[in-house]
Design a protein around this ligand. Structure first.
Ligand code: GLU
Length: 444
């Protein structure tokens, strides 16, 4: 079994691509197959090495690796050789029409109520006419003559699928400058690399019909190639996610503080009826089943992703986050605050509260109570029982209880109305800071 993820390095990896990458990786790993990263970089104008590097970094961040990496730009001789074979067989034919001519023809067909597909005029050119056109300085581009048939396959996600090739224009496979197009290069690679499964977005369904025809024209056995098309993602409102691609690149999510285990778990379950379970891809692979992905579009809901992120943080051991915590943060700090975080960066303000300095607000009308609290503050050493001993004594002395007892203390000690359990926080704050804050909050 051999699978590939084939991004075009023309931009950053967004969640739609990441989902496709993950599905390929999980399916490959689940079944002991090979996973290849293939950079579809034949579009010289739009492909950039920086994007390729960013894609690889983002895939690694998500927990994906690959057994092989190939770049299409290094395989141009293979495509030229395959194109030559198709030319010999009369399947690739030269065309000279300009964009304007083609637009004009499409418009005319539309007016005549006919489908606006290419009329194959170029196929009627004689060898002499072709030679003359080239002599006159015109460079041909090359179209693939599609077979007059329907191509059918059993999609691993969408079920029975069929594409009627006579309803499609013969695709251009080679540009006038000689550069091959993705429609072609992808087939040559899938054939020569002996890819067995192509998992990609539903937007490629028509391509699959065309590409299977090219695959067979090159001598491939279509029965050995399985396809799975993942339904497209929509945003929370059901609109096309593609409109906001930039805003949900992996870079962006990562910068926003999304953990890779949350994103991987979320994407792996997206479009299935299963509840997402956070986990790095290697942990998700054993339970992954492509067959559970439904035919319907899947909704990418950042709120659900955030909920999963929270769960990841709440259970994260210190070792998993230590490199990203403020300098000096130790395990006791992490265990005290992790249950209160949506995003890891929210640990920073808690670090300042527990180990740095904050200025709590002065609490009008609470001077006497806070002064009493200060006076009752037990001597160190402090531990997990200090809080209840201290507040128990205060309760007995002042008659306060519940919110009236706890809220002024929480506000004075942390500057926040909410937060982790104070029994855990108090020893981490320490007596010196606690005393200074009670004094400030009392307005003394
Ligand atoms: N470069 C193509 C894309 O990013 C690859 C599609 C495929 O997997 O064949 O859409």
């Amino acid at each position: 079994m051999k699978l590939r993820f084939a991004p075009s390095p023309t931009g950053l990896l967004h969640v739609g691509n990441a989902r496709v990458a993950l599905a390929n990786w999980l399916h490959a790993r689940r079944h002991g197959g090979t996973f290849v990263l293939r950079l579809d970089d034949t579009d010289r104008e739009r492909s950039r090495p920086e994007f390729a590097a960013a894609i690889e970094e983002d895939l690694h961040w998500l927990g994906l690796d690959w057994d092989e990496r190939i770049a299409q730009s290094a395989r141009l001789d293979r495509y030229a050789a395959a194109a030559e074979r198709l030319k010999q067989d009369g399947r690739l034919y030269p065309c000279f029409e300009t964009e304007e001519e083609l637009a004009f023809k499409r418009e005319r067909r539309r007016r005549e109520g006919r489908p606006p597909i290419y009329d194959r005029e170029a196929l009627k050119m004689t060898p002499e006419q072709i030679a003359r056109a080239i002599e006159n300085g015109k460079q041909p581009y090359w179209r693939f003559r599609l077979s007059p048939r329907s191509v059918a396959w059993t999609d691993l996600v969408l079920g029975e699928r069929r594409v009627k090739l006579s309803a499609i224009s013969d695709p251009v496979l080679i540009r006038a400058d000689g550069s091959p197009l993705y429609t072609f290069t992808s087939v040559v690679d899938d054939l020569e690399m002996a890819v067995t499964h192509v998992i990609r977005g539903e937007d490629h369904v028509t391509n699959t019909g065309i590409q299977l025809d090219i695959f067979e024209a090159l001598g491939g056995d279509a029965a050995r190639l399985a396809f799975a098309h993942l339904p497209l993602l929509t945003d929370e409102e059901g609109g096309a996610l593609s409109k906001r691609l930039g805003s949900i690149s992996l870079r962006h999510l990562r910068k926003d503080g999304i953990e890779p285990a949350a994103l991987a778990g979320y994407l792996a379950a997206l479009g299935t009826s299963a509840d997402p379970v956070a986990g790095m891809p290697r942990d998700l692979a054993p339970g992954y089943d492509l067959g559970r992905v439904s035919h319907a579009t899947a909704r990418f809901d950042t709120r659900h992703l955030l909920a999963l992120n929270r769960r990841v943080l709440h259970e994260a051991p210190f070792a998993a986050v230590r490199d990203r915590l403020p300098e000096g943060a130790d395990e006791a700090f992490w265990l005290a605050v992790r249950g209160n975080l949506d995003l890891l960066r929210e640990a920073r303000p808690w670090f300042d509260i527990l180990r740095g300095s904050i200025v709590p607000p002065v609490q009008e009308g609470e001077h006497d109570f806070l002064a009493a609290a200060l006076a009752a503050l037990p001597p160190e050493p402090w531990d997990g029982t200090t809080w209840s001993a201290w507040t128990g004594a205060l309760k007995a002395a002042t008659g306060r209880k519940g919110k009236a007892l706890f809220l002024p203390l929480r506000l004075a000690l942390t500057g926040e109305e909410q937060g982790p359990d104070l029994g855990t926080l108090l020893p981490l704050i320490g007596r010196e800071r606690a005393a200074a804050r009670l004094r400030l909050a009392a307005g003394a």
